[in-house]
Design a protein around this ligand. Structure first.
Ligand code: S3P
Length: 462
């Protein structure tokens, strides 16, 4: 990955540099100021897929042009859906998507490439299962290693004809009639729930999904904004029987909130760099996403939520965070799902807090972009951190002294950014290799951190 080998055919991710390395100096001054972060990745994937299936033109503002979401955009283009980028600033696009209706997609003449995006492939498996033509969903070598049976199994119960390679991509999907299902997830997963609900758009009878704890509900909120009735009761999420005349989706007119999972990096940085005081504006604070705030508050962090508003059915707010001395905490149970993507960067907080912090019930981390328990532990150790690995989590005592070193993202965007944040509180200099992947979810991460005064830079190409 580099500027000369762009992530997209149009070379959209212009903030990449050839070295792919970032350098971080131990932060000697507070982080201060007010920033915004790019649009929410989960919502950007869903908005594009649903807009493609709507009847009419959708307008999506502040859409996230990141590696993962651009994969979804290219897939819906390949399925014959016209997409116009009406406005383009470096990390925020306004899209106009001419929806083709639930039955208007066209067969693509090549496999649909989801690149590194787990959300893209799992949700699109639901959409493609309902089509009247065959398709193949595939992605990078990294994506091919991730388990797909969690979505193929429930979809097959709905009648879908999906052939996987020993539970993995590529997935070959052939036309089949879909019918309703009642499916109980053993582990709460928004991707599984969403794949079932999206396939449910092609059934006549109801689909019901049980979630043992809260998982992000963006699919439900978007479907409701598009005129579909979804009910949630006692853990069951229900898309009812199709109305007379069949299901239809109204087009979207929305603004994507800032991504809380991206905000997590500056937020954690300000919590641990002495005297910091920052505000992240207009960030999504949907309750299913902000487990990290609860965890940090339990540790004594100084966080305030201001200017709450609702946009496109989602709650947004300005999040202000100040440095404070933190105490250890234990994390387990349902909060893990509400903070799953933030656990790598939270590990850095745990290393700085007084006492022993633990995470359990997070085995899911082992099947993310990489094994986020093993790789995180290995890279943090290079920075001098003592961390114990468990099958389903980790334990870190603190406060620990971090030493700058060379580390590697292992091509995992969130690990790359978590290590960069660790570098801010590590003595000397930290180099994060393989850092271009940060643009999979947070294009402009380095520049955004620089706006707060963070000593992070791309290593220039000599
Ligand atoms: C996502 C759901 C989560 C999350 C992932 C994005 C989504 O995965 O970790 O980054 O957009 O639905 P699971 O649903 O597997 O928990």
């Amino acid at each position: 990955r580099s500027a000369t080998d762009p992530v997209t055919s149009q070379g959209d991710l212009t903030d990449m540099v050839d070295s792919g390395k970032i350098i971080i100096h131990c932060q000697s001054s507070p982080l201060t100021g007010s920033i915004s972060v790019p649009g929410d990745k989960s919502i950007s994937h869903r908005a594009v897929m649903l807009a493609a299936l709507a009847e009419g033109t959708s307008i999506i503002r502040n859409w996230l042009p990141a590696g993962d979401t651009l994969a979804t955009l290219e897939v819906i283009r390949a399925l014959g859906v016209p997409v116009e980028v009406a406005e383009r600033s470096p990390h925020s696009w306004e899209l106009r998507i001419e929806g083709r209706g639930l039955h208007g997609l066209r067969k693509a003449n090549a496999p649909l490439d989801c690149r590194n995006a787990g959300t893209a492939i799992r949700l699109l498996t639901g959409v493609m299962s309902g089509q009247s033509f065959s398709s193949v969903l595939d992605g990078s070598e990294q994506l091919r290693k991730r388990p797909m049976d969690r979505v193929t199994k429930p979809l097959q119960l709905m009648g879908a004809d999906i052939k996987a390679q020993d539970g993995h991509a590529p997935l070959t999907i052939r036309p089949a009639a879909l019918y309703g299902v009642e499916y109980s997830m053993s582990v709460a997963s928004a991707q599984v729930k969403s794949a079932i609900l999206l396939a449910g758009l092609f059934t006549e009878d109801a689909v019901r999904v049980y979630q043992p704890g809260p998982a992000r509900d963006h699919t439900e909120r978007l479907l409701m904004a598009m005129g579909t009735i979804i009910t949630t009761q006692d853990g069951w999420v229900t898309l009812g029987d199709a109305p007379l005349g069949g299901r239809r989706l109204l087009p979207l007119d929305m603004t994507v909130p800032g991504d809380f999972s991206s905000a997590a990096f500056p937020l954690v940085a300000a919590t641990i760099v002495p005297q910091s005081d920052i505000t992240i504006r207009q960030v999504g604070v949907n309750g299913t996403r902000i487990g990290l705030l609860d965890m940090l508050r339990a540790m004594g962090a100084d966080i305030s939520i201001n200017n709450q508003q609702v946009t496109g059915g989602e709650l947004i707010a300005d999040v202000r965070v100040k440095f404070s001395e933190l105490q250890a905490t234990d994390v387990s149970g349902p909060i893990v799902v509400r903070a799953i993507d933030e656990l790598p960067v939270w590990a850095v907080v745990a290393a700085r807090a007084a006492g022993l912090s633990t995470v359990r019930d997070a085995a899911e981390l082992r099947v993310k972009e990489v094994d986020r328990i093993a790789v995180l532990a290995g890279e943090l150790r290079r920075l001098g951190v003592t961390i114990d690995e468990h099958e389903d989590g980790f334990a870190i005592g603190g406060p620990q002294h971090l030493r700058g070193a060379g580390v590697d993202s292992h091509d995992d965007h969130r690990l790359g950014m978590a290590l960069a944040v660790a570098g801010l509180v590590a003595d000397g200099v930290t180099l994060v290799d393989d850092a271009a992947c940060m643009a999979d979810s947070f294009p402009g991460f380095v520049e955004t951190m620089q706006q707060l005064g963070a000593s992070i830079q791309w290593v220039a190409v000599s």
